[in-house]
Structures are given as structure tokens and as C-alpha cells.
Design a binder for this molecule. Structure first.
Ligand code: ATP
Length: 378
């Protein structure tokens, strides 16, 4: 129901690749429990596709079915046009990097990376050439003779990645690949992963519960909830144009207000929310009947704070600042309305010293632009 942009607004260009993975009506039951519920999804060659969702929503189960470690209860998976129903894991053009990295502790870095090639019985010079090349790519050449316990978490992660990539899979599945890393290293490694992917052209499917990670890595994101894919889109689509309350709430922070449509015209809607003193005006129609119950979602960074009442009569609301959290790059303001409802507002800290910053217990006006609210019907 959100007004869609005229064209994709992704930060990273999706490779204009052809369809590489097709998941068709795939379900997986464990006894009575439906872990994956009728999922259909197409993934393009050269994408980094992130499956994003909370704990237990079925992301890993879907990944394991792609790898062949689980069999779908119903539905089909095609990789590169081939039905995988009867293809065992080792015969799929797929490699999987596990959450735990699963490195062999007694083997050196080089041996860990070489292991899969040795299983394939490649010649020794060929193995050496490929291992050296891959260790250079992940910048571990100098640590080739170390054992895993002599490495940092980030280095271990890169060994696991090298081990998965050295076999030149067409499709690499990564299950929470950066979960063990601290925030800074995780961010750094995210960019490394993107570079690596762009260099090697492998298609990546990444499972994560971390929305920031998905937003950074993904060309497209599939948001999962209780076994279903609830929305697929570029990071920008998912953040700016969520199609449900669940997605709006799951990705980033949002202020959500329930209301009734009082006017729905092709170029605008007006919504009355019992928790807000004035109507909400949004600059596009939603083709719903007046009187319908809808939800207005407004991101904290899209709300302005002022001491003076803005001239508009709509999209404005008075409140009192109850909390301010200084986060360095931005500050979070929690503003309490008359009815005790708390509204979250974030403001960037552009200046190091700003003497007239709005402070605790001040009465303020919140306002937002008519393009800012997202109107949701489900
Ligand atoms: P997390 O982020 O916590 O790893 P997830 O989204 O990857 O979660 P899955 O591992 O796919 O979740 O599990 C989905 C659901 O299926 C969970 O409720 C889990 O308990 C259940 N499940 C997974 N494997 C099995 C199994 N072998 N037998 C029974 N239930 C299972």
C-alpha cells in the first residue's frame, strides 16, 4: 500500500543477471510444525540475497534445503535451471559456510582451505595454486601456516570463507556469517564480502537476523516471518516502502499509529489517529474505502522537532521531551504526548556544540512532511 518509487532505488546495482535459483512453493514440515510455508522466490545470478528474519522463522531451514541437507516436504528447487529434487548435496553447484565456521583445529590455514580440493583429488600443484590465490584474495597469505586457535575471529571467518570459495561454487550459502565478530570488524568484513562477491561473481545467499547487516550486504532482501517470505525488495524498498506492519516494525525503528481513513483521493489521503491531535496528511492515494482502519508508520528520523508551533494544521503534534539518548552520530528523543504515548525522534548531531539544543522536559512540536508517513492496511 506504500507508494512505490518509479524505479529501484537500491544503493548497490543488482547485477542484470539471469535467474539462477528458483524456489517454487517450497514447504518444510517437522511433524506437525511448518518451518517453511509455501515459499516462492527467484534469485538472480551475481546477487547477494539476504534472508532476514527473527529467530526460528525458518531461514536456516530454507538454506539447508538449498544445500540439500534437508528435503522439502513439498515444492521444488531449481539451481541454474536444474531441478535439485534428486541431487545430493555434494553434486550441487553449492557450498555452505556454517555459523560456527567448522574449521579443523589441528590443520593450518592452508590445509583447511586445501581440504575440499584434496577430497576432489586435484593435483598437488593445482591445489597449491588455488589455495595461494584464494588466501591472497581474503588477505591471509601471511598467515597460511597458522592454526585456527592462533587467529582472530575475523581471520577465522576469512579462512572459512576461503575454504568455501576455493571450490568455486556457483552459489555460496552463508548462515549468519559474521555473527561471531564484534561490530566494527563485522562492518569491515561486510564491505570485504561485497568486494569479494563483485570480484568473483559468485551468487551469495546470506541468512541473517541482523537487519543492518542485511541492509549493508544485500542487493535484495527477503524478509521472513513464521516460515513465510513476507516481502522481497532492495534495502531501500524494504525500509522506505514496507508493505506490512510487520516489515515496517522489523526493519529499523518506527512510530506506528492506528487510525481511520477520512479521505482518500488519488493524490492524497487524510487519516485520523485517536492518539494524535491533528489529522495525518499523506501525499498519495491508497485506493481504500473511507472509514477503513489503517496504520500510519513514521520513521524517527523523518520527524522534525521545534519549539515553535509549525504553521501547518496537519502532520503536527505537541509533546514533552522525556528522554534524550546521545548516540554520538545522532540523538534519540523520546517525546511524550498528552495521552502518554511515546514518540521516538532521531536528530543527527551535526555540530559538536549546540547551545540551544532542545532539552529534557521542554514542550516541543513534532512535524513531518506529507511524503514521510507510510500507510499500511495489514
Ligand atoms: P535462528 O536465527 O534462531 O537460527 P532460523 O530462522 O534459522 O532461526 P530455523 O533453524 O530454520 O530457524 O528453524 C525454524 C523452525 O523449525 C524453528 O522453530 C525450529 O525449532 C524448527 N526446526 C528446525 N529444525 C528442526 C528439526 N530438525 N526438527 C524439528 N523442528 C525443527
Amino acid at each position: 500500500m506504500a507508494d512505490k518509487p518509479p524505479e529501484s532505488t537500491s544503493q548497490r546495482a543488482i547485477e542484470p543477471g539471469r535467474e539462477y535459483v528458483r524456489i517454487e512453493n517450497v514447504s518444510k514440515r517437522f511433524g506437525d510444525f511448518v518451518a517453511v510455508d509455501n515459499v516462492s522466490l527467484t534469485i538472480l545470478k551475481g546477487e547477494i540475497f539476504c534472508l532476514l528474519g527473527g529467530s526460528g522463522c525458518g531461514k536456516t531451514t530454507l538454506l539447508r534445503m538449498l544445500a540439500g541437507f534437508e528435503t522439502p516436504t513439498s515444492g521444488r528447487i531449481y539451481i541454474d535451471g536444474q531441478d535439485m529434487s534428486d541431487t545430493p548435496p555434494y553434486a550441487r553447484p553449492v557450498n555452505m559456510m556454517f555459523q560456527s565456521y567448522a574449521l579443523f583445529p589441528h590443520m593450518t590455514v592452508a590445509k583447511n582451505v586445501a581440504f575440499g580440493l584434496e577430497q576432489e583429488r586435484l593435483s598437488r600443484p593445482e591445489i597449491e595454486r588455488r589455495v595461494t590465490e584464494m588466501l591472497e584474495i581474503v588477505r591471509l597469505g601471511e598467515l597460511a601456516q597458522r592454526k585456527p586457535h592462533q587467529l582472530s575471529g575475523g581471520q577465522r571467518q576469512r579462512v572459512a570463507l576461503a575454504r568455501a570459495l576455493v571450490k568455486r561454487p556457483k552459489l555460496l550459502l552463508l548462515d549468519e556469517p559474521l555473527g561471531a565478530l564484534d561490530k566494527k570488524l563485522r562492518e569491515h568484513t561486510q564491505f570485504e564480502l561485497i568486494n569479494l562477491q563483485e570480484r568473483l561473481g559468485v551468487t551469495f545467499i546470506v541468512v541473517t537476523h541482523d537487519q543492518e547487516e542485511a541492509m549493508t550486504l544485500a542487493s535484495r532482501i527477503g524478509v521472513m516471518d513464521r516460515g513465510e517470505i513476507v516481502q522481497v525488495g532492495t534495502p531501500t524498498d524494504i525500509y522506505e516502502y514496507p508493505t506490512s506492519k510487520f516489515v515496517a516494525d522489523f526493519i529499523g525503528s518506527v512510530n506506528m499509529f492506528e487510525g481511520q481513513l477520512v479521505e482518500d483521493e488519488p493524490d492524497h489521503v487524510r487519516i485520523r489517529c485517536p492518539e494524535l491531535a491533528n489529522t495525518v496528511y499523506v501525499d498519495h492515494g491508497i485506493s481504500s474505502a473511507p472509514g477503513a482502519t489503517v496504520w500510519v508508520a513514521i520513521r524517527p528520523e523523518k520527524i522534525e522537532l521545534s519549539r515553535q508551533r509549525p504553521p501547518a494544521t496537519e502532520n503536527v503534534q505537541q509533546g514533552v521531551v522525556k528522554e534524550i539518548a546521545y548516540m554520538g552520530d545522532l540523538s534519540v528523543y523520546l517525546v511524550k504526548l498528552d495521552n502518554d504515548r511515546i514518540v521516538r525522534v532521531t536528530l543527527p548531531n551535526v555540530e559538536r556544540h549546540a547551545d540551544d539544543r532542545i532539552s529534557w522536559d521542554e514542550t516541543v512540536w513534532l512535524s513531518w512532511h506529507p511524503t514521510s508517513p507510510v500507510v499500511l492496511a495489514q
